[in-house]
Design a protein around this ligand. Structure first.
Ligand code: KIV
Length: 280
């Protein structure tokens, strides 16, 4: 009899059952090494289409393609064994019809082996969420500030002030009723996030939506100081890796120029550091 010591992966159902319970810890991940580092600490890892901005330098998430999401979803799955991995459906790959959304979700699920997909939208996407869930695809919703609708919102701004609050509440209720296992609430005010969290039967995961949510998610590059273009007010930096990378690159450059690297300890036996063309 063989004894396997495989970690049990957290499922979308496990996440759903966390409503009102222990806070859900979530971050984004796009690559195998980063996913490997985050996996032991996170309940959920999102392969977010924010990768378009923080990895590819795009101005918005709108240019991200399904093939990009699948390649990064595969990379993250290779680096994880514990976290529930969710892959974003990119702009234009699901809004047209429930059938189009199913084809997209089916490719993501089959080609990445991820646990679930995420899509942005409220009342107008509820039928699509129900269509996917009824066909066995767990869906994470996303309401409030929806980056794929940045032009519709009129920029990256707080959503849900005044009259907008009722719409965000209706969106969250519609997506939960359609069967989403949890809902990301982005960029909204604490009283609204609290009211949604109290009303929904599924957990809320906030990003810039206050501590009232059942869990929190941030973009890892923001948290680690790897994305310097701008830092939203709701981000807490836990590391300054850009500065460390720049310092390491400068030290390497100095060593190479001064012929301090490679040293004897970096050379295969029988070779020695090149003395330079003039033998200096
Ligand atoms: O794409 C993403 O990273 C997201 C998070 C910000 C929730 O949707």
């Amino acid at each position: 009899m063989s004894v396997t010591n495989k970690t049990k992966r957290i499922t979308a159902r496990d996440i759903r059952l966390r409503s009102g319970g222990q806070p859900i810890v979530a971050l984004t991940a796009y690559t195998t090494p980063m996913a490997r580092a985050l996996d032991p600490h996170c309940d959920l890892l999102l392969v977010g289409d924010s990768l378009g901005m923080v990895v590819y330098g795009m101005p918005t998430t709108l240019g991200v393609t399904l093939d990009m999401m699948i390649a990064h979803g595969q990379a993250v799955m290779r680096g994880t064994e514990r976290a529930c991995v969710v892959v974003d459906m990119p702009f234009g790959s699901y809004q047209e019809s429930p059938q189009q959304a199913f084809r997209t979700a089916a490719r993501i699920m089959a080609e990445t082996n991820a646990s679930a997909v995420k899509l942005e939208g409220g009342v107008e996407m509820a039928a699509t969420v129900a269509f996917l869930v009824e066909r066995g695809v767990p869906v994470l919703g996303h309401v409030g500030l929806k980056p794929q609708s940045v032009h519709g919102h009129g920029g990256f701004r707080t959503v849900g002030r005044g009259d907008e609050a009722a719409q965000v509440m209706a969106d969250a209720e519609a997506i939960a009723a359609a069967g989403a296992f949890a809902i990301v609430i982005e960029g909204t005010l604490e009283p609204l996030a609290r009211a949604i969290t109290e009303r929904l039967p599924v957990p809320t995961i906030g990003i810039g939506a206050s501590p009232a949510c059942d869990g929190q998610i941030l973009v890892t590059e923001d948290v680690m100081g790897l994305f310097a273009d701008f830092t939203p007010r709701f981000v807490k930096r836990y590391a300054e890796l850009n500065a460390q990378i720049a310092a390491a690159a400068a030290a390497y450059a100095e060593d190479v120029r001064a012929r301090r690297f490679p040293g004897p300890e970096h050379c295969v036996a029988g070779t020695r550091p090149a003395p330079g063309k003039a033998g200096e």
